[in-house]
Design a protein around this ligand. Structure first.
Ligand code: SAM
Length: 345
């Protein structure tokens, strides 16, 4: 769990307010890009405190926009702040902040989904995976359409110890739509338990820190927002490759409301499906009549370990794709229908 840090270790010189910057540079939020800004510095301080002690650390802020969270990060006394912003309109306002904190800020006009974070920080900050997390943090309030694919990509990076995690167990403090945050942190039995719960919790300690009501943003989004803190675990709870865990978890949750064996079946080709499903469930000691949301992390671990053994014995198993099989069958039915002769009367 992150120990809430202090803000205000560094005093920025007098600056226009975030609201004034928005007016000065005509930074009207673009609704189609889901831009919702935080102008209240007490709130941005509260988000930044969730990251822990930031004094003398290196921080990457994703999607700084008009710079509310950026100011709070700088006030926390960071050593270096890397800003990655996709929308060029924000760059002049961020440059103003950079001048107010000489030598600390590096601005990148780019897309976080393609930016290579493995070269972003000095190599000497690297820590062994088993040690305490490095003095590197990622913080961001991104559009929801970006934050969910991004966290999946970063979880894959955690599992492979690459990308931002080449430096060790880099911590992340990110915002999500409240419902997504609930899925990320849901326990077994909770109705929000989903693919995201397993994928995140098997690799990280995930903490749902607090909810920011929609009305705190300008313009106000349709939904509430939650701040989530991630610390990669020293030892993942499931010690199998990311792709294998993802395949098993995705299959289990394919039919959320049905018994879990319905989803697990889809791991196997039609011929021998029943036999192999029974073999997997018995060896993994999973009651087939549990619903997907009732399965614990150790159920998922057993399923992944057993499925791995089955794939080692029959390597064609891992490449089997149930959805692709359905698509092919549909195509074939369609073809047969279109080529069949009308009946003679
Ligand atoms: N962080 C600011 C705040 O809290 O007021 C702005 C938040 S706004 C919801 C999201 C910001 O992320 C915008 O500035 C937007 O341009 C930026 N953004 C969106 N997609 C991005 C991407 N793929 N890479 C980097 N920045 C992105």
């Amino acid at each position: 769990m992150a120990v809430p840090g202090k803000v205000a270790a560094f005093r920025l010189p007098p600056l226009p307010t975030v609201g004034e910057i928005i007016k000065l540079f005509r930074l009207k939020a673009q609704k189609q890009l889901s831009q919702n800004f935080l102008l209240d510095l007490r709130l941005t301080d509260k988000i930044v405190r969730q990251a822990g002690e930031l004094k003398n650390t290196h921080v990457c802020e994703v999607g700084p926009g008009p710079g509310g969270i950026t100011r709070s990060i700088l006030s926390a006394g960071v050593e270096e702040l890397l800003l990655i912003e996709k929308d060029a309109r924000f760059i002049p306002g961020l440059q103003m902040l950079s001048e107010a904190a000489p030598g600390k800020v590096c601005i990148v006009h780019g897309d976080i989904l393609t930016y290579k974070m493995d070269k972003a920080f000095p190599k000497h900050l690297t820590k062994n995976w088993e040690d305490e997390p490095p003095d590197i943090h990622i913080i961001g309030n991104l559009p929801f359409s970006v934050s969910t694919p991004l966290i999946i990509k970063w979880l894959e990076n955690v599992s492979k110890k690459d990308g931002p995690f080449i430096y060790g167990r880099t911590q992340m403090t990110l915002t999500f739509q409240k419902e997504v945050a609930e899925r990320l942190t849901a326990n077994p039995g909770a109705k929000q338990r989903s693919r995201l719960s397993i994928m995140s919790q098997h690799l990280c300690t995930v903490e749902n820190c607090f909810v920011i009501p929609g009305q705190a943003f300008v313009p106000k989004p349709e939904v509430d927002v939650a701040v989530v803190h991630f610390t990669p675990l020293v030892q993942p709870k499931i010690q199998q490759p990311f792709e294998l865990v993802e395949k098993v978890v995705q299959s289990v949750f394919q039919f959320r409301r049905k018994y879990c064996f319905r989803g697990i079946e889809t791991l196997f080709p039609e011929s021998g499906r029943l036999k192999r499903t029974e073999q997997l469930m018995m060896t993994a000691n999973v009651d087939p009549t549990l619903r997907p949301f009732q399965l614990s992390m150790s159920h998922f671990r057993n399923l992944c370990n057993t499925y791995r053994k089955m794939c080692d014995e029959d390597p064609s198993l891992f490449v089997y794709n149930y959805r692709e099989e359905l698509r092919q069958k549909k195509k074939m039915r369609h073809y047969l229908k279109s080529t069949s002769q009308p009946e003679q009367t």
